[in-house]
Design a protein. Structure first.
Length: 177
């Protein structure tokens, strides 16, 4: 898998990965799908694809580990991280680990292809003058701790000093997947 339009999708949601796969195959991509880091490691032994789409929250280790693995395999690979719960903390880490872009779900193949094409940052992005809300700051802190604990909700609640059910309710309002 080393063609010009070779792509790996690292996603554990079977129906979403199937839909993405079909969309990219219709665009001429050679697509492989992995559901976890171990499968990706096996795939990379056969060759590094040119593009990758990585879901942030996988069953098992975080998708950030996959981003690092892909970048280590080939620093020129174009990696887009997809997540249902975008945060500044994970966006920064994904870029530091080698992702070229970070998209919040729902995103489609058109959004992802456009993200692959964005090689440089955009200095014309408008800066907002609105201060960050307490709820947004709380969500950022919760998400940071989730990443630190590899998405272990019980451990996250313990570290944040809150009851697990309280954290589960907060996460229910802003789903992880």
């Amino acid at each position: 898998m080393q063609g010009e339009l070779s792509l790996v999708i690292v996603e554990d949601d079977v129906s979403f990965s199937r839909a993405l796969r079909r969309s990219f195959e219709r665009r001429g991509y050679e697509v492989a799908v992995c559901a976890k880091a171990e499968e990706l490691m096996t795939l990379l032994k056969q060759g590094t694809p040119r593009y990758a789409v990585v879901d942030l929250k996988l069953n098992g280790p975080s998708g950030l580990q996959c981003v690092e693995m892909l970048h280590r395999s080939d620093p020129d690979i174009r990696i887009v991280v997809l997540t249902g719960f975008a945060s500044i903390a994970t966006a920064v880490e994904a870029i530091k680990l080698g992702a070229c872009h970070y998209l919040a779900k729902p995103s489609n193949a058109d959004d992802i292809v456009a993200a692959f094409g964005k090689a440089d940052g955009d200095t014309t992005v408008a800066l907002t003058a609105r201060p960050t809300s307490i709820k947004s700051l709380e969500w950022e802190r919760i998400h940071e701790t989730l990443v630190e604990t590899e998405f272990n909700v019980s451990e996250t609640a313990r570290r944040l000093g809150m009851h697990r059910r309280t954290l589960a309710r907060k996460l229910g309002k802003r789903p992880l997947g």
